[in-house]
Design a protein around this ligand. Structure first.
Ligand code: HEM
Length: 140
């Protein structure tokens, strides 16, 4: 039997209401951002289902609820206009919202997870495989 399913505590003890607030505030800032706004505008016309999906993504990652089974890596790659440099902006906005919405220990824990996920997604993008972006390739 997989005991983790019944005994594992939330990975980061934020409440679903806190997740919803962070997601709402974050995408309000994204829409207003001169760099990220146009990228999202090209892909998202109806924000409610997008924010709802992202809320499920974070409940899955933070609370270990099994409520998201998408593939963000594939979606970002397929978008075509999501670039490695966007992640710096994305994460800075996200950190600002976490700081505004949550007590510091929760904000820091969630931020660390977001940065870790962001690193993975960023390195999954095709343009990361150039010499300039991935110097370790030069050692091959
Ligand atoms: C840690 C950083 C990030 C996380 C955790 C994240 C998470 C996600 C997730 C979960 C989705 C939904 C995938 C699905 O359809 O199942 C998504 C979609 C998307 N993300 Fe990100 N993302 C991140 C960074 C970025 C950045 C830097 C950009 C650049 C602008 C970006 C642009 C988009 C776009 C355009 C979509 C597609 C929306 C659509 O067509 O429905 N994301 N992201």
């Amino acid at each position: 039997m997989d005991r983790r399913r019944v005994t594992m505590p939330p990975r980061i003890p934020v409440s679903p209401a806190q997740i919803d607030r962070v997601v709402t505030q974050f995408y309000a800032r994204v829409r207003a951002d001169p760099i990220l706004g146009p990228v999202f505008a090209a892909h998202v016309s109806d924000w409610r289902p997008h924010e709802e999906k992202i809320g499920r993504f974070w409940r899955n990652a933070l609370l270990l609820q099994r409520c998201y089974d998408g593939n963000p890596m594939q979606v970002h790659r397929a978008a075509g206009d999501v670039k490695p440099a966007h992640f710096t902006v994305w994460l800075a906005l996200f950190d600002a919202v976490l700081e505004q919405e949550l007590p510091t220990p929760l904000a820091q824990a969630w931020s660390a997870l977001a940065h870790r996920i962001g690193r993975g997604l960023r390195y999954g993008l095709p343009s990361e495989s150039t010499m300039a972006d991935a110097p370790f390739l030069g050692e091959a």
